[in-house]
Design a protein around this ligand. Structure first.
Ligand SMILES: CC(C)(COP(=O)(O)OP(=O)(O)OC[C@H]1O[C@@H](n2cnc3c(N)ncnc32)[C@H](O)[C@@H]1OP(=O)(O)O)[C@@H](O)C(=O)NCCC(=O)NCCS
Length: 213
């Protein structure tokens, strides 16, 4: 049994607590979150122990793995920062792939993947580290997803789509085949992306256009 810490104590942490319990093989040590008002509270029956500064002490106490338990609605920089913190503190990145997700045997997942219920990761897809594939998202064959990216619930990427590092593909968005969503870009919920998205830009609508453009 691997003792694991969750970094983050919001809604996504609740989902991960339940998922890790379902998977077995993990004993959840606790949740860490910088928001002091949460300290001592419980999320899905697991205590919020304090802030990230406790990682070293928890490691001394036998914790060997951690997982980024933040979702994020546009900015994945905090997810990237927490993932780096795990490595700096010598914790292994725990893997959370829901038993009701479908991951092709020819897909490759980086370190610390979170693949939630009913998600599909197709043949030949390649995911970087700390990628979050949220509930019922579809990543078709031959997609490449950069580290720390979040493909939100119900989003659908056609074959051969590239999503850059740290990008966010919003709730229920659709991305046409072969399109590249640049690093750090945000695709708004419900968008239909028919052409490449500039790194760092925000696009919304059908067809998707840059906000403010
Ligand atoms: C795209 C997004 C990041 C923009 O957020 P924001 O910067 O706060 O933008 P605002 O809400 O100020 O909206 C800016 C404009 O874009 C429009 N807009 C925002 N999101 C939109 C969307 N998804 N589709 C269409 N138009 C949208 C707004 O109506 C507004 O238009 P206006 O200037 O004509 O009034 C956000 O709306 C979004 O879609 N986030 C993704 C949510 C998500 O995926 N959650 C994941 C949960 S798992």
């Amino acid at each position: 049994v691997t003792r694991v810490l969750l970094l983050g104590a919001g809604g996504h942490a609740k989902v991960l607590v339940e998922l890790l319990g379902l998977l077995g093989g993990y004993e959840i040590d606790g949740l860490l979150d910088p928001r002091e008002e949460l300290w001592g509270a419980e999320v899905a029956g697991i205590r919020v122990l304090g802030g990230d500064e406790l990682i070293a002490a928890r490691r001394q106490a036998g914790v060997s793995a951690g997982i980024v338990a933040l979702g994020g609605v546009r900015d994945n920089a905090p997810r990237r920062r927490l993932f780096a913190l795990l490595a700096e503190q010598g914790l292994a990145a725990a893997s959370a792939v829901h038993p009701a997700a479908i991951v092709s045997p020819s897909a490759t997942l980086g370190a610390g993947p979170s693949v939630m219920a009913l998600a599909v990761v197709g043949a030949g897809a390649r995911l970087g580290d700390n990628v979050l594939v949220n509930t019922a998202a579809i990543i078709e064959h031959d997609c490449t997803i950069g580290s720390h990216a979040h493909v939100a619930s119900g989003a659908c990427l056609a074959g051969g789509v590239t999503v850059g590092e740290g990008a966010h593909v919003g709730l229920g968005a659709r991305v046409n085949e072969g399109v590249t969503v640049g690093a750090g870009a945000v695709v708004g919920s419900g968008a239909v992306v028919v052409g490449d998205v500039e790194p760092g830009s925000v696009v919304v609508g059908v067809p998707a256009r840059a906000v403010g453009a």
